[in-house]
Every structure is written in structure tokens, then in C-alpha cells.
Design a protein around this ligand. Structure first.
Ligand SMILES: [Mg+2]
Length: 233
């Protein structure tokens, strides 16, 4: 039986979106205004992120150290190791940039065990450039990576998919997954929509709940325990 875990990266595994770190450190109020325009959907996700990442203008070492400084939920790293070793594949599904995600996974020693679906990118002349792969089935003009589509593709080859996320773009992935962990904006949206989820504060909660559910899933009792209550996952 193929049980897989898919998770958002920024704000879910990391504790702060990388774009906020860059805005706070280097870019200031004008970009906070851009953030609000993006939230009002006046700017596409990909374009907003590139406006931020393309304007870092710092030498390579500084940018690398800024990436290293992104705070991480260390329990998420523990969880990845445990899940891959004991259960199945762990995917990071991100509409952010694979460039800094890979650097962090390498730093925490999990780069080789985790599968990453994110927008490719590179460092050049002081900044990071995110270049969505238009050839992928999950390509989206707005997000680069359509997380809902990506999780749908993962689900095709799996019997059960967990998903964890924290914000609005995770909503589509949450709708596709068999079991959802949510916090912050995503939790609020799912609550409004009446979609069942487990509210988590960190991956310690996720570890506990996943360990509890896996035997039920393997014994084929998950549906009996969860669906019969008529709460719409
Ligand atoms: Mg996020």
C-alpha cells in the first residue's frame, strides 16, 4: 500500500516565507504595498515572487546566509526522516523557488530523501531568478506550480495522500488530499468551506496524528472511522 505525505514548504516546514525575509531585510514598504496588491490578486503569484527575488541585489555569500537563516520547524526534519524510513515518499510541493528549498534541505541533511516539486531557479548577479517549468503537467501561469494539480498527480500513483499547508494557494491541494493538516490562513479557509482538517501548530502534532492514523489506513479502517461521520474530506 502506497501512503505518501505532501507538504507545502514556505510557512509550513519553514516558519517564515522567504519573500518576507527578503522584503523585511532589503526591500521595505514599497514591497509591502506590492504584497497587498498580490493578496488582492492584482499581481500573479509568480510575478510577485520574482519582483521580490529579482531585487535582492546582494553578493552570493550574503544571499546564501539569508537562505541559511530561514527558520525551520526542526520537528518537520525529524518527521521527514521518520516518514520516509517507515511509511513512504515525502514530497514538498511549493509554488516558491526550488533554489532556496534545495539549499535548506541540504543544510538539514534531507535533500536526498525528499522529493521536491517547486519552481526551478538560480542565483545570478546578486539576485534569485525563478523560472517555472512550462512543460510540466502541473504548470500554472499564475503559480508556476499548481499545487492542486501536483497533489492530484501524486495521488494517481498512491493509495493515500496526506497534505500539510498554511495558506490560500494550499487550498486546492487540500481539496485533493485524503487527509489535511492546516494552520493559519488555510485553516481559516477550510473552516469557512466546511472541509474537515486537523489543525496543527508544528510537525510534532503531525507526527502524533500520522502515527495514530497509519494503522487505521493500513487495516482499511480509515474510511469507516472518518467518512461515516459524514464530515466531508
Ligand atoms: Mg506556505
Amino acid at each position: 500500500m502506497r501512503i505518501v505525505f505532501a507538504s507545502d514548504f514556505d510557512g509550513t516546514v519553514s516558519l517564515r516565507d522567504f519573500y518576507w525575509i527578503v522584503i523585511d531585510k532589503y526591500l521595505g514598504d514599497k514591497y509591502v504595498e506590492l504584497y497587498h496588491r498580490w493578496q488582492r490578486k492584482e499581481i500573479k503569484d509568480v510575478d510577485f515572487l520574482n519582483m521580490v527575488f529579482n531585487n535582492i541585489n546582494k553578493d552570493y555569500e550574503t544571499v546564501l546566509n539569508d537562505i541559511y537563516s530561514i527558520p525551520i520547524d526542526m520537528k518537520a526534519i525529524e518527521f521527514m526522516k521518520w516518514f520516509v524510513e517507515n511509511v513512504g515518499d515525502f514530497y514538498l510541493v511549493s509554488a516558491g523557488c526550488k533554489y532556496y528549498i534545495d539549499i535548506l534541505l541540504e543544510k538539514y541533511g534531507v535533500k536526498d530523501i525528499v522529493k521536491v516539486i517547486a519552481n526551478p531557479g538560480y542565483y545570478k548577479d546578486g539576485s534569485i531568478y525563478m523560472v517555472p517549468d512550462t512543460t510540466k503537467e502541473y504548470y500554472s501561469e499564475v503559480f508556476g506550480v499548481d499545487k492542486g494539480k501536483a497533489v492530484e498527480i501524486i495521488k494517481r500513483e498512491s493509495d493515500f495522500v496526506f497534505f500539510a499547508g498554511d495558506s490560500r494557494p494550499d487550498y486546492y491541494a487540500a481539496k485533493v488530499a485524503d487527509y489535511v493538516f492546516a494552520k493559519y490562513q488555510l485553516a481559516d479557509i477550510l473552516r469557512q468551506e466546511g472541509i474537515r482538517f486537523f489543525e496543527f501548530k508544528d510537525f510534532g502534532d503531525i507526527m502524533e496524528e500520522t502515527r495514530r492514523l497509519i494503522p487505521l489506513i493500513k487495516e482499511g479502517r480509515f474510511k469507516e472511522v472518518y467518512y461515516e461521520k459524514n464530515i466531508g474530506v
